[in-house]
Design a protein around this ligand. Structure first.
Ligand code: ZN
Ligand code: ZN
Ligand code: FE
Length: 765
């Protein structure tokens, strides 16, 4: 007896070797039929005996290629056709349904072996790839994923490549970006003006320049990197000057795991991340005397390390003699990465003395992802290459296609369609004009790639965020309704969505800045609620930010604000800051001039960092708080400062907001500092205090609300010491605690939360 079944598979099944896998499976089970890509997935028709068809359905899901992500399999019976063989049909564009695009995948072991095999026809060819590896998102121009709809369409396959592409037994069977030295992209070397340099081997020439201490720009998967020898203090110093990047740490690329071990301590979980096909930058503990220039990551106990993820990177790292290379995004400061050739030359020519480029266009820019291990699990810090645009499932279906535009810093957006949230790559800080332009362009690009026409837009409550302005303009041009989501509510919903939580929770959202419903700057918040709504259950006491944003760049100002608030006087700061500045800030605070109020936990860390003598000024956001964390890690736990919880004056007991008075703590810190207590001890005691303050507040909120599920979010929870201790202490109080593992706790994860809130509110009408 023969039967025929039509099977549709939804999910990330294009560009991951899924059709060849289906072909092989059908062949093994002796089934006839066909497989083809179609928008949103793959359609398989199989004909044969029912037992084999059942087996086929089981193996289709359980034995699928490692990079595939199946979201749904559906099948129905069809009339048999008496076919005798199985074939791969050409794609069927235009069908409806969600579109899934695979992220870029690091060079696989089989390709790597060929790259360094002198007998192979692709020996040392910088663009080799196969069905299991190579560029994906960055070269896709539209769906379904086929060569003619990628930036490889301009390269006609040679006979040998075509034969592999057509051979079901070959590992390049339907590998869309496949190429060889005869038919594929080629390297080119340009000088600092963008003029071609004749070189027998551009790569060797480029590597030699890096070896001499020069700065080069190199075109990778999702954009250009700036590269130099990480061992050369003068090269790294020059890069910092030219890139206008004072102290923010650089990441390095090393040849392989052994080279990474020479620089850093690596545990099992970290090793798995380093070697994963996503190949993110992993934050690792630096070894002392590792032979790196101190200026790569100044005073930093951690180092961002990544392994090569393209054949070009593998070749480069070998050509430079396996020395670690600084590899930083090709841009100035926090602009988005340069990815178009002409633009890259214009923007990077003043920084790099030569450019190693090639003629495979990058269609979608994509920066390196940054991640770390905390408590044996991944904590993403920047979700981009290798991860984007994989969907995260929403707890509620979006009733209509929705765009969530994120925040202002660490820009990213998300498209919601049905249960899926497609999160964009990282876009940088939107206050940079270049970043805002990229934001606009990439939203248009994703709308086209995913064929999604948003019918509602979720945005932050902050009226002056560039993303909010974009949402308003888009809304007035397209008549699309807006959903405004409070910043910390979005943080809270992002953790909930990651874990599919549907019950009400207590959220501890600690960050630098978020616009509050009372117009103040929030950032030390305890919310109680769900996706639809929240109540501000508790918050840190407000303090002034003398000079507004200037107080972010100058933590001593926050120290002054907290000292005066706690009636401590400014003696601690005199001698470190000019008398004129001190008096000016004192006046501002006394009269409330240009001094917005904030409950920000990030600013409290800044203030204590200044009080402990860590630093008075920063060159990038969060620097003082980070250095305070590192210092705290060097000291044993030794006591806790005082703090007080008090209820605000509202009648209804269940709706009173708790106020966390940090003045007793500031008084303790100030007296410790006056007694010349070790800064590390102060830092440690402060961390312990923050942990205890969070636990005590959560316990009080539970007493009133009976809620015992806690989510932790906000940039402050990138602090591993704080996060680990808070989790442990809350667990010991029998709370269920959830943290981020798939999106960053910082504002890069906001768009997911905005989508989840919008989906809930739109559903409730
Ligand atoms: Zn491969
Ligand atoms: Zn070829
Ligand atoms: Fe935030």
């Amino acid at each position: 007896m023969t039967e025929r079944r039509a099977i549709t598979v939804q999910g990330v099944v294009q560009g991951v070797g899924f059709r060849p896998f289906v072909f092989g499976l059908a062949a093994r089970l002796g089934l006839a039929g066909s497989v083809k890509n179609r928008t949103g997935g793959v359609v398989v028709e199989v004909e044969g005996d029912p037992q084999s068809l059942d087996r086929f359905l089981i193996d289709l899901e359980s034995a699928s290629p490692p990079l595939a992500q199946i979201h749904e399999v559906r099948w129905e019976r069809q009339a048999t056709r008496g076919e005798s063989r199985f074939r791969i049909d050409s794609s069927e564009p235009g069908a409806t349904g969600a579109i899934f695009i695979a992220p870029d995948v690091a060079t696989c072991d089989a390709c790597l072996a060929e790259l360094f095999d002198p007998a192979n026809r692709r020996y040392r060819y910088p663009f080799l790839n196969c069905t299991n590896c190579g560029p994906r998102l960055t070269i896709v121009q539209s769906a379904p994923y086929d060569r003619e709809r990628t930036t490889m369409s301009g390269f006609a396959m040679c006979r040998a490549c075509r034969a592999e592409y057509d051979d079901p037994a070959d590992r390049r069977f339907h590998a869309q970006p496949t190429a060889c030295p005869l038919c594929g992209p080629q390297l080119a070397l340009l000088d600092h003006r963008g003029e071609p340099i004749a070189a027998a081997d551009p790569l060797i020439c480029f590597a030699a320049a890096l070896g001499r201490g020069e700065i080069g720009a190199i075109k990778g998967l999702g954009g250009y990197h700036l590269a130099c020898a990480a061992s050369s203090a003068s090269a790294v110093g020059a890069l910092r000057v030219r890139k206008h990047r004072d102290e923010k740490p650089f990441a390095v690329m090393v040849a392989d795991l052994a080279a990474a071990r020479e620089l850093c301590e690596i545990d099992v979980a970290e090793q798995a991340l380093l070697l994963s096909p996503r190949r993110p930058i992993v934050l690792l503990r630096k070894r002392t005397g590792a032979g790196l220039a101190e200026s790569v990551a100044p005073r930093n106990p951690y180092l961002g390390v990544m392994l090569p993820y393209t054949p070009l990177h593998h070749l480069l790292l070998r050509s430079v003699g396996r020395i670690p290379l600084v590899m930083t995004s090709g841009n100035r400061q926090d602009e988005p990465i340069a990815h178009e050739d002409a633009d890259a030359v214009a923007r990077l020519a003043g920084i790099a003395s030569l450019l190693l480029t090639h003629n495979r266009p990058i269609h979608v820019r994509c920066e390196d992802s940054v991640t770390r291990i905390v408590g044996e699990r991944e904590l993403p810090l920047r979700r981009s290459r290798g991860y984007a645009p994989l969907p995260i499932d929403l707890p509620h279906e979006c009733p209509c296609p929705t765009l969530a535009v994120g925040g202002q810093l660490k820009g990213s957006f998300a498209l919601g369609q049905g249960r899926h949230a497609f999160l964009s790559h990282h876009l940088g800080d939107l206050d940079h004009y270049e970043a805002y332009r990229a934001f606009e362009r990439d939203i248009a690009l994703y709308r086209q790639l995913f064929a999604v026409q948003p019918e509602s837009i979720a945005h932050d409550l902050h009226p002056d965020y560039a993303s909010t302005r974009f949402a308003r303009v888009y809304s007035s041009e397209h008549g699309t309704p807006l959903v405004a989501v409070q910043h910390h509510h979005a943080h809270m919903a992002s953790v909930m969505a990651e874990h599919g939580l549907t019950e009400p929770v207590i959220a501890v959202t600690f960050d630098g800045t978020g616009y509050g419903t009372d117009g103040a700057i929030w950032g030390g918040e305890f919310l109680a609620g769900d996706y639809g709504s929240f109540r501000r259950a508790a918050h840190l006491r407000y303090a002034g930010m003398p000079g507004g944003d200037q107080a972010i760049r100058e933590p001593w100002r926050m120290a002054a604000a907290h000292l005066l608030d706690a009636h401590c006087g400014l003696d601690l700061l005199s001698g470190r800051v000019s008398e004129v500045e001190l008096r000016a800030v004192e006046t501002m605070l006394a009269r409330g001039l240009n001094t917005p109020l904030t409950s920000s936990a990030g600013r409290l860390f800044d203030a204590v960092a200044a009080l402990a003598g860590v630093r008075d000024r920063v060159t990038f956001e969060g620097q003082a708080a980070m250095e305070l964390e590192w210092l705290a890690m060097t000291a044993p736990a030794s006591g806790c400062y005082a703090f007080e919880l008090s209820a605000s004056q509202k009648q209804d007991d269940t709706h009173r907001t708790l106020l966390i008075d940090t003045r007793p703590m500031i008084q303790d810190v100030a007296s410790d500092a006056l007694l010349r207590t070790e800064p590390a001890i102060i830092a440690r005691r402060f961390h312990t205090t923050m942990v205890e303050l969070i636990v005590a507040t959560c316990v009080r909120i539970r007493e009133r609300t009976r809620l015992d599920v806690i989510v932790l979010s906000g940039g402050v929870f990138m602090n591993a010491l704080l996060a680990a201790e808070v989790c442990a202490r809350l667990a010991s109080q029998r709370f269920r605690v959830y943290t981020h593992h798939r999106v960053p706790p910082n504002d890069g994860g906001l768009c997911l939360g905005q989508l989840a809130v919008a989906a809930s509110r739109l559903t409730q009408g």
